[in-house]
Ligand binder design. Structure first.
Ligand code: GLN
Ligand code: ZN
Length: 774
């Protein structure tokens, strides 16, 4: 029978009850030995595979499992161990593998960064001081294990050579040919061994193919795949792409591989159009990524079937695999463990297991012996029920969004006008000092929150505790001599969840964990309904803090794009519409703070940039509505109200222009580790607003000296006129210890004062004016 096949690209590693995470952390803490660790992680791996068998997946991925991260695995497999972790022998012991990920007493960890536009972080391979050698054929080992234990013919997954190289660091463009000449023979060896073992298919992940690549790069890719094919002609390669449509369709589909995997969810319909217009090679298998691997909503199976039908006009049934749009690593495991979610919402959700079920149901629809139309109607009904629910039909929110006009994206006064008004109003010294918002979330703070959440503490008890922390830190900040104070964010568990809990339209799963990096998992809020303001979110704490000091107090909000990008977002509206809804709710908060005389308000947007589409041509559109959302939230600020924002990136090239459009009076950014790059930024010269260039790195426990901070300020002052410069750490201090935080801030304030004095400026008095000096 010419049936469709079902396939998966990767299954979440963490275990239904995060058993994998727990095993890792116990092993790191020395509570279990290597053998028990391997047994525990093996149990998770095998149960993952068994589940996929039970769910009716024909082609099951192996080697998608990892002890930490798949990029790190690939680097380790090719012997790419930087010298600081010691030399390597025949294999890479676990301790050495984990020290690359986490550092050890003598060597810092390898850097990590986001895997394309997801919230998953991978360890960046360092190619500068290593030699390539094949340590172990990991895909083969994973294939053998699955076959031996469960009798399945798995599909080994491996990161493709070009994506691997492009995501690594420590080399220059011109070295690429030489690096490939070392790397490709190792891939060839891996493939030869897989072929000799009788492996049918290997999934080679090349998500880099959805980004903008040059013609030369495509030539390189062509040559890579020709070499791989030549080495193992009987091993079939499924060249897997995801997260967007591919560029250069014709080139990619004519590569010497036997299958092409495309994303049909996040491709803006482009991949389908390619196939309809240009057809698909008859000798290849199409991996049809039809079920959304990055979001948590049930699929409308009738609509999905329509797409499959269209594809089947161009591709034969026996050459079609139905699969998720990407690895299911990015979604939680199952809705079975969600007893608390509202029924209408829960019925409309599909996590990893439910997504695999959907894939199976789609396949069944093409099998004449099966009748799955009931399942299709149920999906449709469940989705409809949520769409019709009151939560998604808040007419006030809908008409507010409809009525947004360009006027709402503009502050009444220009920055130039505001600047003068604010200078006169705030009377700040030159080089004002402040912090980014949070102070250490100590064990006591976390314990207090647990006690409150579990009902052990009353609201009054909890409130009293939070107030005592705020009061303690107001006094610390005053003693240190900071110019603009914050309340410290002790009441917040997380900068998105905290707001989500107070706005309408958000739900929180009990078990919806996804891996963020290593053993760290996050539980993103679910934006399922219309987002609206329902009660003041930050007023109580800000007002309380303000009542304790005569210094300016900065209110602290999370911005719309960050709330959006760190949540699972409903997919019946555009992201732009949801972002506008969030912005309108935040606007009310800004107005309330302002009415209550909190007139410095920071709206954090650390995640604005990470939502950038993978293709540059789509940046403009995204930036337009995210910037508009920020403006929508902040534009009712009066001239005296000073809007701050914060972002934690280091690479600011090409981004200051966007930041400027936010029209925030001051931005604080993370530059302490990379100010060199900023020095070169021509955009900085064009930037006219206030800017806090982080003067020390908060990611390290090290206390910076007065002298080094002063040097940093001195460097900044060569770049920018003094009235633009603010002095602050480069991010929030919640992860730091109290002693090091105080010591560092003391040095920071001393350095700022010294610098003011040295350049002949001592106008820290309340009535001094901030005149220009020459
Ligand atoms: N205000 C937040 C804090 O200080 C900002 C955090 C962030 O940039 N990620 O913690
Ligand atoms: Zn930050």
């Amino acid at each position: 029978m010419n049936a469709l096949q079902t396939s998966n690209l990767g299954y979440p590693r963490i275990g239904e009850n995060r058993e994998w995470k727990k095993a890792l952390e116990q092993y790191w803490a020395g509570k279990i030995n290597e053998e028990s660790f391997e047994q525990a992680t093996d149990r998770v791996l095998l149960s993952n595979l068994k589940k996929q068998i039970a769910l009716g997946i024909d082609i099951i991925p192996v080697n998608d499992f990892s002890y930490y991260d798949h990029m790190l695995d690939t680097a380790a497999m090719f012997g790419l161990v930087p010298n600081r972790y010691g030399s390597i022998n025949k294999d890479i012991p676990l301790a050495q593998y984990f020290s690359m990920a986490r550092g050890n007493s003598t060597a810092v960890a390898s850097e990590m960064t986001k895997w394309f536009n997801t919230n998953y972080h991978y360890i960046i391979p360092e190619l500068n001081e290593t030699t390539f050698q094949l340590i172990e054929n990991k895909p083969l080992k994973a294939y053998r294990k699955a076959k031996e234990k469960l009798g399945i013919e798995g599909k080994p997954v491996i990161v493709g050579p070009y994506t691997f190289l492009k995501l690594s660091k420590g080399y220059e463009e011109k070295q690429i040919p030489s690096l490939l000449s070392q790397l490709i023979p190792l891939y060839q060896q891996v493939f030869k061994e897989l072929q000799a073992e009788g492996v049918q298919w290997v999934q080679v992940d090349e998500p880099i193919l959805v980004t903008s690549l040059s013609k030369d790069e495509f030539e390189t890719i062509q040559s890579i795949y020709a070499q791989l094919h030549e080495a193992a002609p009987n091993l079939k390669i499924m060249l897997q792409t995801y997260f967007d449509s591919i560029t250069e369709y014709q080139t990619v589909v004519s590569l010497p591989v036997q299958g092409i995997g495309l994303d049909f969810v996040h491709d803006r319909n482009q991949n389908l159009q390619y196939i309809q217009k240009l057809g698909f090679p008859e000798d290849k298998v199409l991996g049809l990524g039809i079920i959304d691997g990055r979001n948590i909503w049930k699929a409308d199976l009738n609509k999905k079937k329509e797409i499959i039908d269209l594809v089947l006009e161009k591709v034969n049934t026996e050459r079609l695999w139905i699969q998720p749009s990407c690895s299911l690593l990015h979604v939680p495991i199952t809705i079975k463990n969600e007893p608390k979610l509202d029924k209408t919402l829960k019925n409309a959700l599909a996590f990893a297991d439910e997504k695999l079920q959907e894939i199976h149901m789609l396949k069944n629809r093409y099998d004449l012996n099966q009748n799955s139309s009931d399942a299709f109607s149920k999906s449709e009904k469940d989705i409809n029920n949520l769409n019709m629910s009151a939560a998604r039909n808040n007419s006030i929110v809908h008409s507010a969004v409809k009525n947004i006009s360009n006027q709402d994206f503009r502050r009444k006064q220009s920055f130039k006008e505001r600047k003068e008004i604010q200078q006169a109003y705030w009377q700040l010294p030159d080089y004002p000092t402040t912090t980014i918002g949070s102070f250490p979330q100590t064990a006591e703070v976390r314990k207090a929150r647990r006690q409150f959440k579990s009902g052990e503490w009353t609201f009054e008890q909890y409130k009293e505790f939070i107030e005592s922390e705020i009061a303690r830190w107001i006094s610390i900040q005053e003693k240190i001599g900071l110019d603009v104070l914050v309340h410290g964010e002790f009441e917040r568990n997380d900068m998105v969840e905290y707001f989500g809990e107070k706005l309408t339209g958000f739900a929180f799963s009990s078990n919806g964990w996804v891996q963020s990096y290593g053993s760290r998992c996050v539980k993103p809020p679910i934006i399922y309904g219309d987002v609206a303001f329902s009660e003041p979110m930050t007023l109580t704490e800000s007002l309380y803090a303000k009542s304790l000091t005569s210094k300016p107090m900065k209110g602290m909000l999370t911005g719309p794009a960050t709330i959006l990008n760190w949540s699972f977002v409903r997919d019946d509206l555009t992201r732009k519409e949801v972002c506008f809804q969030i912005a309108l709710a935040l606007k009310e908060e800004v107005e309330i703070l302002q009415r209550n005389d909190i007139k410095m308000i920071q709206v954090d947007e650390p995640a604005l940039r990470e939502g950038l589409p993978l293709k540059k041509e789509n940046w403009h559109e995204y930036l337009e509505w995210t910037v508009q959302s920020f403006l929508l939230a902040t534009s009712s600020a009066e001239a005296t109200t000073q809007i701050h924002t914060h972002m934690c990136y280091c690479d600011f090239n090409h981004f200051l222009e966007v930041i400027s459009k936010l029209d925030a009076d001051i931005i604080s950014i993370e530059t302490s580790r990379s100010h060199g790059e900023l020095l070169e930024s021509a955009q900085l010269k064009a930037y006219d607003k206030g800017i806090g260039l982080g003067v020390y790195d908060i990611h390290s426990p090290r206390v910076p000296s007065v002298e080094e901070i002063e040097n940093m300020i001195s460097e900044y002052s060569k770049l920018l006129p003094k009235e633009q410069i603010w002095i602050n750490p480069d991010c929030g201090l919640k992860t730091r210890k109290e002693e090091e935080t105080i010591a560092s801030l003391q040095n920071m304030v001393k350095a700022a004062k010294k610098f003011r004095n040295e350049i002949g400026h001592t106008n820290t008095d309340a009535d001094a004016t901030t005149e220009e000096i020459c």
